[in-house]
Design a protein around this ligand. Sequence first.
Ligand code: PTJ
Length: 272
Amino acid sequence: MIEETKISPQHPRAESLINREKLIKHQKTGIVALAGLIAHGRGEAFDYLLGEKTTENALKAIKAAAAAMLLAKQPVISVNGNAAALAAEGILNLANVTGSKIEVNLFHRSLERELAIKQLLETLGAKEILGIGEAASAQIPEVYSERRRVDPRGILVADVVLVPLEDGDRTEALRKMDKTVIAIDLNPLSRTAQWASITIVDNVVRALSILVKEASILRNEGLEKLRKLVSNFDNQEVLAEAIKLINQRLSELAREGVYIPEVIEIYQHLER
Ligand code: PTJ
């Protein structure tokens, strides 16, 4: 029996608490690895520093990512425990809009976890999930974790791979295989963020829902416009902007000393 904490929608941090509850629930259903809870905490810290909203900078990367997925011949969305627990619906919607395949690829690999993720996605309507058990019969070179095992119908032959929040070395290996890698990672300093072709520095929950909307709009546009969005995109610039934004926000906050608007009001009231 899994006990769930009821989160009031009025709670000032309801969204963040609901996401935590999803991860805790799915750690118990076997979808999320124990390390996934730690990974989420790191993500939350960066989300705080970025202001917990999708920045203009992230939006630029989302548009380029949507275009790259629509232009791809064999796009694949790689799914791990955290991504499934937080954004299963978003993953499915994106796969439908962009014609992408979905492949389960885990760092802490076990057949039980793969099957639990497959079942969750199928409950939401997924027809085909790659990478389960023996189906992950191919290997990608220079990856020294269980992530190296991939499906020969999916990541192995993909030209564009979306990797929502993960650990570093696979992105590097996929780039070296000449694939376009789109990462969603709140930490612009992570190895995944740095190695990806297109890095969306945003929360996977927010980013996926905007990515679906942008892809739905862009799929009605001509190929030339899509190609331009991809060729004009500069990942180094996007990473630099994300780091500058954190720096700028911290400098401003360091001057004021206060972050929460209601608390600022109290200080202003006391000064009167
Ligand atoms: O399900 P598995 O077995 O494949 O394991 C998945 C985890 C996430 C445990 C594994 O990939 C891992 O250990 O990842 P790392 O190395 O902790 O990296 C996770 C990255 O995702 C970090 O850079 C975090 O800042 C970032 N992150 C965490 N939560 C979010 C996030 N980025 C976007 N949205 C989030 N909600």
